[in-house]
Design a protein around this ligand. Structure first.
Ligand SMILES: Nc1ncnc2c1ncn2[C@@H]1O[C@H](COP(=O)(O)OP(=O)(O)OP(=O)(O)O)[C@@H](O)[C@H]1O
Ligand SMILES: [Zn+2]
Length: 415
């Protein structure tokens, strides 16, 4: 009888390409086939998303979704390793897709150049098997967690700031015996039922981050994804903490089962539709200025001026105008607008009117234009002045002194 030769299950070139991982114990042909059939969506193509995407593409994940609404900036290149000088100004989702194609042309990449919001999250994430949270803000983290619970998908979540990082997989499918019904591990709300105070939730732009730290956490996210997809994960949820300056730099704690009282995933919870009614931004402490300027919040209710308008006000002033600079003193020392006064934001918020009344010789009706580096803290100062009923005009500069340098005075230092 003629024997029937078995057909190779992967294209021949793939055996050579992925051989180094396929020969690993527990990985094998099966592991590679599972990666090829898998679809992973990465939300945020920044410091975490870039290294994660790079390794997922190289490992041969079949389909990669990339969601990001931002564009590539020069200050991203220190850590967002899929982008390049030539692609500054390009949407990050498209830039990442181009880079992925260069690493592995067989990956199906879906670049999605929009901000993830409660209105689109379910539809955008549903086609995938697994989600990576590579974003940098709390409302999106809660939204991703709730959506992952609703869709029953594992959510590999990374965070990095300054020298430190964290990794946790939420809604992880637990290892069950054959007879037990499939259960998932805790969600983000089980661990963090209340958001941390807004002052602890600053961005990399405000607080700084070492690129290698986002690289380490992003890589660990890719590793979690590969372990889950190939069946190498032990199915025991844990929280990993990394601190580059500590010895040892890694600590890990096992997590408990999900909470029955969790509003999102618990049987006794209030259910996600109820949570969404209240809104994610409000839950996280209200509209933060940097969420407005990053396009995560519609509108913004404050009265603001652009750099050219401020220039015109200062050139044509009929009455006395105060330019209040709320940056730290060191930054004011680096550069400032002529005639501006400096009261760092923390000091100003403890007592908003006093320094201005001193400057204006007792007149609390002066027009005040607030500036800072990027146009975030200046909005807090405007809110504070409005809440104490300042009689004059109170406005702040959109985009801060960065925008002044770009639109009015190209000799003004950018840092
Ligand atoms: N709701 C969201 N929808 C889509 N993308 C998001 C959302 N929230 C955050 N992101 C993206 O997640 C990424 C986070 O990465 P990262 O903090 O490294 O970048 P960044 O915001 O450009 O950095 P920086 O703070 O230095 O400006 C950003 O590219 C950001 O646009
Ligand atoms: Zn939960």
């Amino acid at each position: 009888m003629a024997s029937v030769e078995p057909q190779p299950q992967l294209p021949l070139g793939d055996y050579r390409r992925y051989g180094r991982q396929m020969i690993l114990d527990g990985f094998g042909l099966q592991g590679q086939l599972r990666l090829h059939q898998a679809s992973v969506v990465v939300v945020g193509a920044g410091g975490l998303g870039c290294p994660a995407l790079q390794y997922l593409a190289a490992a041969g994940v079949g389909t990669l979704g990339v969601i990001d609404h931002d564009i590539v900036e020069i200050s991203n290149l220190q850590r967002q390793v899929l982008h390049s000088e030539a692609r500054v100004g390009m949407p990050k989702a498209l830039s990442a897709a181009e880079a992925i194609k260069q690493i592995n042309s067989r990956v199906q990449v879906n670049p999605i150049d929009v901000a993830l919001s409660p209105a689109n999250a379910r539809e955008l994430l549903a086609p995938y098997d697994l989600i990576l949270d590579c974003t940098d803000n709390l409302p999106t983290r809660y939204l991703l967690s709730d959506t992952a619970v609703t869709l029953g998908l594992p959510l590999v979540s990374g965070a990095a700031q300054q020298f430190d990082g964290q990794l946790c997989t939420y809604n992880l499918p637990l290892k069950m015996s054959d007879k037990e019904q499939q259960e998932n591990g805790p969600c983000f709300r089980c661990l963090f039922p209340k958001p941390p105070a807004p002052e602890l939730a600053g961005s990399c732009e405000e607080l700084g981050v070492l690129g290698i730290v986002t690289g380490i956490i992003g890589n660990l996210q890719a590793l979690e994804a590969v372990k889950i997809i190939t069946g190498l994960h032990d199915g025991r949820p844990s929280l990993l903490m990394f601190s580059a300056l500590a010895t040892p730099p890694f600590r890990s704690i096992r997590l408990r089962a999900r909470k029955a009282s969790c509003p999102a995933c618990g049987n006794e919870g209030e259910k996600i539709a109820k949570i969404e009614e209240k809104g994610y931004i409000a839950f996280c402490g209200g509209e933060r200025p940097d969420w407005v300027s990053r396009g995560l919040v519609e509108g913004g209710s404050r009265t603001r001026v652009c750099a050219k308008e401020l220039r015109d006000v200062l050139n044509n002033r009929q009455r006395s105008v105060c330019v209040l600079d709320v940056r730290p003193r060191t930054e004011f020392g680096i550069c400032h607008l002529p005639g501006s006064i400096n009261v760092p934001i923390k000091e100003f918020l403890t007592n908003p009117t006093t320094p201005l009344i001193d400057v204006a010789n007792g007149d609390d009706g002066e027009d005040v234009y607030v500036v800072c580096r990027l146009g975030n803290d200046s909005q807090l100062a405007v809110d504070a002045l409005q809440s104490v009923g300042w009689a004059g005009v109170v406005k702040d500069l959109v985009g801060g002194l960065r925008a002044w340098a770009k639109d009015v005075d190209d000799g003004f230092p950018v840092y």
